[in-house]
Design a protein around this ligand. Structure first.
Ligand code: S3P
Length: 314
């Protein structure tokens, strides 16, 4: 179980929503600002005034290092500027699912009201500063978000309930290798007449019903498949359904990628590869997968969903 890391602009509700999510999921809650206030025995305003923003950012970085060592999964409400330092973001991402609580300037302005605990909003026109900083920060929030959650029309309870459910969802990926983009065109007797995109739609619909978050990927290139498998590792993906196409039979590179990402992979082939040409009887990838499903047409992908569900629930 990974940490749930809430990122977003000041006043978007990270603390209040985070506390509620922690309550619902029975997890520990950490608020980075609160930790810094406790450690320094001073308010954020006082820290900025006495030591400046740069020093505050160093405190945030030190805290990220401590948090990253936590033995128990946490719900973490971060300060709105914590992702300004990419090292912080990358460190927390190693073991965290990032949820960006998106809120527009109106909502933020309304939420902040006359709360004067944020040094960056002091002095000038609050509304103009919010808009300027928001413009600067939005690309960063988007860059790091695994999930973007719009809070504009929801209250704290609604956000927390929906997010607790989303955060617990397992993320899986459907990966298809070379020539599978030609499904529905080539050898229909073997692969059927539905296109890959039809099949992906069916798999995605079923995956969502089974409570998975899913994305699909197809490539005709060995290196792109390897890059994608490695991306799954960095994105903390829970399981993969992989049809490596003809790479199955000879790609030690794809095999090594599967073995190195330490994510459960279910290998799928629509045809029964053992009934076909001799060269198809060997799979160099299956020994590093959890198992192999073949011979059941596109239904094999659905079988793989159930296989992953069973594996991930264990
Ligand atoms: C900041 C946000 C604040 C606090 C500090 C700086 C920022 O936290 O860390 O005032 O740079 O956006 P909240 O996002 O919880 O208000």
């Amino acid at each position: 179980m990974k940490n749930i890391v809430l990122i977003g602009f000041m006043g978007c509700g990270k603390t209040s929503i985070g506390k509620k999510i922690a309550e619902i999921l029975n997890m520990d809650f950490v608020d980075t600002d609160e930790k810094i206030i406790q450690k320094m025995g001073m308010s954020i305003n006082e820290i900025f005034k006495k030591y400046g923003e740069e020093y505050f950012r160093e405190l945030e970085s030190m805290l990220c290092e401590q948090i990253a060592e936590s033995k128990v999964p946490l719900v973490i409400a971060t300060g709105g500027g914590i992702i300004k330092n990419s090292d912080n973001a990358e460190l927390l991402k190693e073991n965290g699912k990032f949820i960006y609580l998106e809120a527009n300037a109106d909502k933020i302005y309304e939420n902040i009201g006359d709360d004067d605990t944020r040094p960056l909003l002091m002095g000038g026109d609050k509304r103009i500063t919010i808009e300027r900083l928001l413009d600067e920060r939005i690309p960063m929030y988007y860059e790091y978000a695994d999930i973007i959650f719009n809070t504009n029309d929801k209250n704290v309870e609604e956000c927390a309930e929906e997010l607790a459910e989303i955060a617990m969802k397992k993320s899986i990926r459907l990966v298809n290798g070379p020539n599978l983009n030609f499904t529905g065109i080539r050898e229909k007797g073997i692969y059927g007449s539905r296109t890959l995109s039809d099949i992906e739609d069916t798999v995605m619909e079923k995956a969502e019903k089974l409570g998975f978050e899913i994305e699909c990927f197809q490539s005709n290139y060995e290196g792109e498949i390897i890059d994608y498998l490695q991306k799954c590792y960095f994105d903390g993906i829970d399981g993969i359904i992989l049809n490596p196409g003809a790479y199955t039979h000879y790609s030690y590179a794809v095999r090594d990628a599967i073995a190195s990402v330490s994510i459960p992979v279910v290998e799928v082939h629509m045809s029964n590869i053992h009934k076909r040409e001799e060269f198809r009887h060997t799979s160099v990838t299956a020994p590093v997968c959890e198992g192999q499903i073949c011979g059941f047409g596109e239904f094999g992908y659905i079988m793989a969903l159930y296989a992953l569900k069973n594996l991930l629930e264990k």
